[in-house]
Design a protein around this ligand. Structure first.
Ligand SMILES: C[S@@+](CC[C@H](N)C(=O)[O-])C[C@H]1O[C@@H](n2cnc3c(N)ncnc32)[C@H](O)[C@@H]1O
Length: 240
């Protein structure tokens, strides 16, 4: 059994719970999608065909968002969950130039995956499932598979710099979820329990933003920056 198979993401009920509640769990999800599309359009919007790699694609929401601003992209979506990929196929299966790959990030190493190079590599809420050593290896793989001038962007949760600031980040996360639930008229699970589950799950291995930006710079990425941050929710990236 692989590490992924032991994680919550291998359970159908868990992936369903995430899909049903992602707009509640993820702080400012819509705003981050809008920023991602603005970034993409600003740097890649004028090309005839941009090759996109979506790592930890889940139900294909990120590629779906990109397609609303560029109908001509060719996209490869990778996820270790067959259930998530099935949902991504439901969402995007009818589109041209979309490839789905079932693989864990760990499997991608050593198998020369994804096997091609890309202009825009995006990941959302998935890389924090890797240890810092694995994150560094993933960033190297990403760098190796970026075309010159290409960008990598990660939308992800990070570890707070210390416990005092973490307490405040958890407070604003809880406030966000409470507010969002009341706006949507959803009662659901108490926000504190969602936070406790995130904290307790072995598969969540967030590292500090600083460590991740430093690792990217060491690997060779240029113009490494944080594009947005709200508590533990961040968007950061760099250019090859
Ligand atoms: C929080 S969901 C994010 C899905 C989507 N990107 C989004 O933003 O809604 C995390 C995704 O990462 C995938 N994942 C988790 N660990 C993984 C691993 N080790 N290798 C590949 N995919 C993984 C899960 O199957 C899941 O689809």
């Amino acid at each position: 059994m692989t590490e992924f198979d032991r994680s919550n993401w291998a359970k159908k009920e868990f992936t369903q719970l995430y899909r049903d509640n992602a707009d509640i769990y993820i702080v400012e999800r819509k705003r981050m999608f809008d920023l991602m599309k603005s970034f993409y359009t600003h740097f890649h919007g004028n090309r005839e065909k941009t090759k996109v790699l979506d790592l930890g694609c889940g139900d294909g929401v990120i590629t779906g968002e990109l397609l609303t601003v560029d109908n001509n992209i060719s996209a490869t979506l990778v996820d270790a969950s067959g259930d998530m990929l099935a949902k991504a196929k439901e969402r995007l299966g009818g589109r041209r130039n979309i490839t789905f790959i079932k693989a864990s990030f760990q499997e991608m190493h050593g198998k020369d995956m994804p096997g091609e190079d890309y202009d825009f590599i995006i990941s959302s809420l998935a890389i924090h499932h890797l240890s810092m050593t694995e994150k560094r290896a993933m960033f190297k793989l990403i760098y190796a598979h970026l075309n010159e001038g290409g960008h990598f962007m990660n939308i992800d949760v990070v570890r707070a710099a210390d416990d005092t600031i973490d307490q405040w980040y958890m407070q604003i996360w809880e406030e966000w979820m409470d507010k969002k639930k009341s706006m949507l008229g959803k009662k659901g699970e108490p926000s504190r329990e969602i936070i406790d589950r995130y904290k307790e799950a072995d598969e969540n291995k967030p590292d500090t933003l600083e460590d991740q930006l430093s690792a990217m710079k060491e690997i060779g990425f240029g113009i490494v920056d944080c594009y947005y941050k709200y508590g533990i929710f961040t968007m950061y990236g760099g250019k090859k």
